[in-house]
Design a protein around this ligand. Structure first.
Ligand SMILES: C[S@@+](CC[C@H](N)C(=O)[O-])C[C@H]1O[C@@H](n2cnc3c(N)ncnc32)[C@H](O)[C@@H]1O
Length: 183
């Protein structure tokens, strides 16, 4: 019985940490909240990614990965066909933990790191996927202008990347839009 109480306390603690971190990120840092991309958008993003025909060993980052929906779909779609290096970056600890656990359970090779992507090196990446918000995209744009290698692809769910023109815009359903950029 005592272990049930411990488990309940642990779950409450994890939820509290999530709420505090999310509040802090939203109010004081102005970062995008935790909302998952819709399935139809992820399907279209993976299909657009595959049409780009990137090299087999390409490095692909999901920035603010949440539960790493894009990377998981991509891994499934390319199983045993490529050697893509798939990396998800997430700042909120409980979300990072959830993604790690889910990937561990399915034996995935996706790597999840708990970092602020605005404070880590984004050099040598071949493709980014992100679903953020306007202010975070503006900050990301400044960073990519300095760091990204020319030709890097960025697929954005919904939000524009200031300072760049998309090479393609795809309407997905009535309200969703994917924007593809070549940096
Ligand atoms: C809208 S959600 C998108 C989740 C996932 N990529 C998807 O498309 O389903 C944005 C995520 O980015 C994370 N995030 C926002 N700013 C971040 C930053 N600077 N560094 C790392 N993660 C960040 C949030 O915690 C949140 O989980």
């Amino acid at each position: 019985m005592i272990w049930l109480w411990c488990l309940a306390l642990l779950l409450i603690l994890i939820v509290l940490i999530f709420l505090v971190e999310e509040f802090f990120n939203l109010i004081f840092r102005g970062y995008a909240p935790f909302v998952s991309s819709k399935n139809n958008v992820l399907d279209e993003a993976v299909s657009q990614f595959l049409s780009l025909d990137l090299p087999d060993n390409a490095k692909i980052y999901e920035l603010g990965c949440g539960r790493a929906g894009f990377l998981r779909r991509l891994e499934k779609a390319t199983k045993n066909q490529t050697e893509y290096k798939l990396v998800g970056v997430e700042l909120i600890f409980p979300v990072y933990l959830l993604a790690k656990l889910q990937l561990l359970l399915v034996g995935s090779k996706i790597k999840i790191v708990r970092k602020n992507f605005l404070k880590m090196s984004l050099k040598d990446v071949d493709c980014f996927y992100c679903y953020l918000d306007g202010p975070t995209m503006a900050r990301l744009s400044l960073k990519l202008k300095k760091e990204a290698k020319p030709g890097t692809i960025l697929i954005s769910n919904q939000f524009e990347l200031p300072g760049y023109d998309p090479i393609e815009e795809i309407q997905v359903g009535p309200t969703q839009r994917l924007r593809i950029y070549k940096l």
